[in-house]
Structure formats: C-alpha cells, structure tokens
Design a protein around this ligand. Sequence first.
Ligand code: GTP
Ligand code: SPV
Ligand code: MN
Length: 584
Amino acid sequence: MASKLKALNDWVDDVARLTRPDSIRWCDGSDAEAAALRAEMLADGTLMELNQDTHPGCTLHRSHPSDVARVEHLTLVCSKNEDDAGPNNHWMDPAAAHAKIDALFEGCMQGRTMYVIPYCMGPIDSPISRCGVEITDSPYVVANMRIMTRMGAPALARIEREGTFVKGLHSIGELDPERRYIMHFPEELTIKSYGSGYGGNALLGKKCHALRIGSWQARQEGWLAEHMLIVGIENPQGETHYIAAAFPSACGKTNLAMLIPPEGYRKAGWKVWTVGDDICWMRPGKDGRLYAINPEAGYFGVAPGTSRSTNPTAMETIARDTIFTNVAVTADNQPWWEGLPHGAPATDWQGRPFDAKNGPAAHPNSRFTVSAKQCPSWSPHAEDKHGVPISAIVFGGRRPSLVPLVFEAHDWTHGVLIGAAMGSETTAAATGAVGVLRRDSMAMKPFCGYNYGDYFAHWLSFDKPDAKLPKIFHVNWFRKGDDGKFLWPGYGENLRVLEWIIDRCKGAVGAHETPIGYVPREGDLHVEGLAIDERALDTLLAVDPMGWASEVADIGHYLESFGTRTPEKLKAEQRRVAAALANA
Ligand code: GTP
Ligand code: SPV
Ligand code: MN
C-alpha cells in the first residue's frame, strides 16, 4: 500500500532511503493488523501476556530501565529564530539539528520493519482536529498510537483530502541515553525523535504534535492547545458544565477527569462525564464561548496511586484490553503497583524478583494505555465535532504550603497571570529530581512550542469585546500540614470545590475578596459529611499576605525572564496584585 498523496509517498521514500528498513508497513488501523502485531510482540518479548482470567486482553511492556520518562533536557524546539523558542525551551538551529539527528537515523532501521502510521488528533469529522503521520520502527509505538489516536484508513483519507499533515519520524535507535533527542521543527510541521521508546518521547501524536507543534499552530490560527483535562459536571437539575483544568504532569488530571462524586452527591443525582484527561484544544465559537475537544482517543495514565478507593472509574476502564508499561506483577501474573490495597508484587518493573531494597515494585511513572471508550464515565459529547462549551478554566499544582485550596481570578487578565505564575513540585513523569518547586506556567513548561512571553500575549488576546470567556480559578489539592500529610482528602471530594466553582460561574454563591482573588468563606463550600477538622479547613482557605507578597515578587522576576516578549499588560497586572498585597 501507499498513499494517493505524492508529498506523503515522497517523504516515506526519503525516510526509507535514510533509515534503510528491511520492510515498510502502512498501518490501516484494522483489528486484523492489531492482532497480528500483538502476536509478533508476544513472540519476540516486546509484550508479555498478563493473567487473562483476571485481565482479559491485557499485556505488559517493560521499557529499557534508562528509558522510563520524558527527557526535558534532550527535548528541543528548533525554530529559525532562537527567541521564538524562548528561554522556556532548549533550542538548536534547524539546519544543525537536522544534521545531528539525521546522522543518528542513518541506517538505524536495518533489520527492522518501518511502520507508517496515519493518525488524526480529534474526532475524524471535526474541523478542530488535525492529522499527522508517524513513521516508527517500534511496534509498541504502533500499538499505543492505535489506542491513543484515531489511526489508520480514515485518517489517511482525511490527510489525502487536506494535503497537509504533521510529519513525525521516530526510531528507538539503540536506546542509549547519550544518543537521544526529541526535536521539533514548528515552521516545517516536523518532529524527529531518536533513542527513546517511552510515552511522550515516542508517541508523537501526544505531547510532540498535540502540544508543542499544536501550540505553535494554535497561536498562528487563534486557538489554544493546552495540557488540560476536560470534564463535564452534571448537577441534579440535569445541567452539565464543562471544566478544563491544567495541572502539571502527575498532578491529578486523570483523577479529576474520572472523579466519582462523594456518596451524598451521588445520591442527590450529581454525575461526572469524562471528555479528556491530558490535552485540550479550544477555540472561540460563534457565540463567543470557548469550545473544546480532546484530541486523544485514549488514556496514557499514571498507574501508581490508582485504586478502587482513589479512582474506581480508572480501575474499571483498565480491567481489560490495556497495555501496562513498567508495572510490577503478582505471583499469579496480575499487574501490581504501589497504592493497590490487595495482592503483593512478586516481580518488579524491571522483571527482577521483588526486593524492597531495590525501591518501588512498579516504576513511579509506570502507566496504562487504554481506549477512552472503555471508560464508564466517557462523555456522550466527547466526540462532538464542534467540542463542548467551557464554563471554567482551572489551574493547579503541587503546592505544599501557601496556596489555598481554591481561589477565583478577578478577571481574564488576572486569570492569565495566575496561570503564568503556576508553580508545582516536579514529579516522576520526567527524568530528574522529584519534589523540586518550579514555575510551570499553565502546566505547559515542558510542552509550549514557543516563547512563553508570546504565549502569555496569545492568552491575553482572547479577551475581545464580544468574547464570553470562562472564569478562571486556581486549586491546590496538595497542601500539607505540619505533620507532612495532605490537609485535603482530595480525589472524589474535589467535587465540593468544583461545585463552588460552577456556582461562582452562575453567580449563585458568595466569596471573600482578597488581593489574590476570591476565596470561599467557610459556609460557601459544602463540607457536610467530610472528614476534615475545622483547623485544617481554616488553613486551606487562609491567605497569608506576607507569604504572598514574596511569592508575587518572585512572579515578577519570573515574568522579567522572558524580557520584552512578556506583555506589558501582564507585568502591570503583577504590579497591581503586588500593590494590593502591600496595602493588605
Ligand atoms: P500526567 O498523565 O502525567 O499528565 O498526570 P495527571 O495530571 O493525569 O495525574 P494523575 O491523575 O495520574 O495523578 C498523579 C498522581 O497524583 C497519582 O498518584 C494520584 O493518585 C495523585 N493524585 C491525583 N489526585 C489527587 C488528589 O486529589 N489528592 C492527592 N493527594 N493526590 C492525588
Ligand atoms: C505527561 O508527562 O504529562 C504525560 C505522560 O502525560 S507523557 O506522555 O510521557 O508525556
Ligand atoms: Mn500529561
């Protein structure tokens, strides 16, 4: 098979000439193709079958022990002009970058099969969706892309109709951390990834296309490509409000997107509908509201911490036909990770007999890949081609101190400042130290494909006279007490905070105005039936003016780090908040 599109055939030929695979396979996305690929991977050990009685259709993949997370220091944005990539990205001149990585690609697929994967990010009939083609020598990548995107014949037909597509070239190479690069050429709509087979480094539709290249395109075309979940909250009256929330990697997006209401809420008739758990593409509709689609078709979720008590919806979703990566297994070959109350690990994520001396049994960034359609709370509107209307945008991160449970921005400009100022402790989703507080504007630090200063200006540009923009909020589920324990129970109980957020959007509940924004007063948040003491709640809702004054001063320095690209309007907003704190 080949394509009707000459540009695609020519590119595939060029890549084959460079990488010299033994054979080329065009992926049509069919069940027969998936079954054949699975059989091959089981035969060569790429996949292992898990207990088919308890986990039908489930398999395990162990990645190379040095290849278990995104590699931010080896991820580059190669724009013509270095300033366009900005200090938030690593940059290389495009010609030098192509030369460097093409030397690695030279002959790298000898003895291997080269797969050509046409895919569509978003519902196949949606005007908001965009297509790409990933060329890879990893069958594991094919299997994951089949779950995570709309892959195969329908995507190819759309690409042939449109004539344009994002080009992604990937090879696992020799999996040598010294010979690993994830490069983006936004002006050429091109991605080149070498030397990693893991997640965001290798499934090029996800972070590379849908966020880094996507954010670049979104800026040019007037929309937003964001690291956000999308969730619909249906109240007992049957109204559904959609919320888009940006939390950094491993900070709770999947969990919030699949939330199970606390018992009292469930009995009263509250329901939660999952639209997306990681990426959100939004654009203004004719009525001035922002409409969002989930460009993905599956979840690549964090396994550790997922259990019947924290996320029963995810547990049900992953009960069958799921690829597990780097989890442990029990003696009877069931997948296992830290946080599961039952079972015990017999074999760790590297395939060694489990020994607590070697660290956790499952890698902290071990993941499941599963089709969104298996999610019991999958929204009936998740495939709407015009997207769902967004009522509120929520920012959040891991902040052990200072930052209250929830607060609301005064207006859009203040909300953009709150998003730009976001900070969070680093997690195992990327290689490097864990638990270090860093700024992660809009949870896009690893994913914004251009200069953050320009990105802030792009966000501000949505504030037009006819726009009916969502209200903006900030949450923090991760505040800790003096004993080092989380003060807020989190998970399902987060619905109480979402209820306040939705009521604020409707003008139906009060708040206390502070220099950092509107904060719920004690009675504004429904805490009936919640196991939390009053002192913890006081701490969670308090605003410490001294602590915030130094935080906001630090935000000022951070905004300066993007020089003249930071919009004056955002700097003025920072000065306004600093002055309000000084007078508080
Ligand atoms: P990425 O897929 O990396 O983008 O992560 P994510 O933002 O989807 O994070 P996820 O929902 O997978 O959660 C990551 C970790 O945070 C898991 O170990 C969860 O158990 C934990 N977590 C999620 N929500 C909460 C919460 O409300 N409170 C607490 N304390 N932990 C939470
Ligand atoms: C993240 O790190 O934010 C993820 C996982 O969602 S990865 O696909 O590896 O980027
Ligand atoms: Mn993510």
